[in-house]
Design a protein around this ligand. Structure first.
Ligand SMILES: [Zn+2]
Ligand SMILES: [Zn+2]
Ligand SMILES: [Zn+2]
Ligand SMILES: [Zn+2]
Length: 488
């Protein structure tokens, strides 16, 4: 079982169920939980065989059990699961059970963990959380996907009969699939493929749209949870399961779909969304900004202008948002179309409105890809300057919605840094900037890089964020050497 450090402890209440709270004051960056995954599983629709041990691509089958795939680097996998098919209860089952239906791999592993006396108790924590199947049965897509890729093949494999104590029915299997899906964190294998990592204590972290911790996951699938802001004794340890750059209506919709959750956190109750106005609409009467009226449970109502009290109904706002949303889909990655959308809808929404931010992110990433591929024949200064402007627009919002140590803000700073350096280097090379101006910009770039690295310093070295920190550090070296050359 998981051991806790001295700074957190278990708690339980009606609303949150089992969860964790701080037992002492905790500084930002301080680790609150380190956990190995209970289970790492490929996605249900994965057809490429993955090594049972390290989850990289596999082309061979374990010689001992003749069921689980292995890779060239791994000669064995979990002793219990191997033994189960080599000489245990699963011996009589068809050996190609996984080769034929690799989608069942994650659930098969969970069933064997439940069977294994050493891991049973950990699994039980996950299984104890009740699932209301009727909420899911009629849901589109997911139920059907589980049924076809996992539940039916498993029921037909004969496995159910050799695990009699688990009393497996297709409903039990469906509930397990939902547990794996709704409790998993996205982890990345060494070969870059994403997988589902299930962590027993990680799964108990309740949601808050403004989390007070950061989740770090390394290439060995280890989880490290550290404080994003100062924590006081008794503070509940929260994680966020949505994208902070979504507006309240979008986040709540996503949480309803993915976790059957009605969020009424401080951000969801705040009509200004922490002062960002990410869901505010321009008031047609007075030119101010209408904000959503939200009740105490986080239920969204109509929009009202705080200055002139003019009303904008929820239906009108939804219609407008749906219109922008479908225009975004139709834009299909076309730079000019996105710019036209900004011109068209910019005057109707708050400049920080989440849909405008979405359009701006789209434009910035097209410009970045174009710069990378050198597809702009002569990197056009106007486009580079546009990218700097867009990246800089996003920064204050990224800063506001995830306070404290924030990967989102670090990534925002990195994008801004790349754009800025690329632009000023070109401007300097073409003598648009004199030495003094160039040096001033480099100083800004150096501060941006330092701040981004500071935010990433608690990330494990062997993680995507760890590699990003290396990348920023290289950029910083380059900036510093230019600063030396052109004078400080
Ligand atoms: Zn392997
Ligand atoms: Zn084996
Ligand atoms: Zn919320
Ligand atoms: Zn008004």
């Amino acid at each position: 079982m998981q051991e806790f450090g001295e700074n957190i402890q278990q708690a339980h209440d009606e609303k949150l169920g089992r969860h964790l709270v701080a037992s002492i004051s905790i500084e930002p960056g301080e680790t609150v939980l380190e956990e190995r995954p209970l289970l790492v599983a490929p996605h249900w629709e994965c057809h490429q065989l993955k090594c049972a041990q390290c989850l990289q691509e596999s082309y061979v089958i374990c010689r001992r059990c003749q069921v689980f795939p292995l890779c060239m680097d791994c000669s064995q996998h979990d002793e219990f699961e191997c033994e189960f098919f080599a000489s245990g209860a699963g011996k009589a089952l068809c050996k190609d059970i996984l080769v034929k239906n690799f989608g069942i791999c994650g659930l098969l592993k969970l069933l064997l963990l439940l069977e294994n006396p050493n891991t049973q108790a950990d699994c039980q924590m996950l299984i104890d959380v009740p699932i209301n199947l009727s909420d899911y049965r009629d849901g589109e897509g997911m139920w059907q996907e589980h049924e076809e890729l996992v539940v039916r093949p498993l029921m037909e494999s004969g496995l159910v009969d050799v695990l009699p104590t688990q009393q497996l029915t297709s409903d039990v299997l469906h509930a397990h699939c939902i547990r794996i899906d709704s409790n998993s964190f996205e982890v990345t294998a060494k070969d870059g493929d994403t997988l589902k990592g299930v962590f027993v204590w990680g799964a108990t972290l309740p949601h808050h749209c403004v989390p007070n911790t950061v989740v770090a996951l390394d290439e060995q699938f280890n989880m490290k949870l550290y404080a994003a802001v100062p924590l006081q004794p008794g503070d509940i340890i929260y994680n966020s399961y949505t994208n902070p750059l979504m507006g309240t209506s979008q986040r709540q919709h996503q949480l309803r779909l993915s976790r059957r959750l009605e969020c009424s956190c401080s951000r969801c109750l705040d009509p200004t969304e922490m002062g960002t106005h990410m869901s505010s609409i321009k008031c047609k009467e007075c030119g101010g900004f209408s904000v959503c009226e939200i009740d105490l449970n986080g239920k969204l109502g109509d929009w009202r202008c705080p200055d002139c009290r003019a009303l904008l109904t929820a239906a009108e706002v939804h219609e407008l948002q749906a219109e922008v949303g479908s225009a975004l889909v139709d834009a299909m990655g076309d730079l000019q179309v996105y710019e036209a959308l900004l011109t068209q809808y910019g005057p109707l929404l708050h400049p920080n409105h989440f849909m405008l931010l979405d359009i701006k992110q789209n434009i910035a990433s097209i410009l970045r890809a174009a710069a990378l591929m050198n597809s702009m024949d002569q990197p056009c200064k106007k486009l580079l300057a546009r990218r700097v402007e867009l990246c800089s627009d996003l920064l204050p919002v990224c800063r506001a919605v995830v306070p404290g140590i924030s990967k989102l803000y670090a990534i925002g700073l990195f994008e801004y840094l790349l754009a800025l350096v690329e632009l000023v280097e070109l401007q300097f090379a073409e003598s648009d900037l004199n030495k003094k101006e160039y040096v001033a910009h480099l100083r800004t770039a150096s501060l941006v890089a330092t701040e981004a690295m500071e935010l990433l310093r608690f990330e494990p070295e062997n993680s995507a964020e760890g590699y990003l920190a290396d990348r920023i550090s290289m950029e910083l070296e380059r900036i510093e050497s230019d600063l030396k050359k052109y004078g400080r």
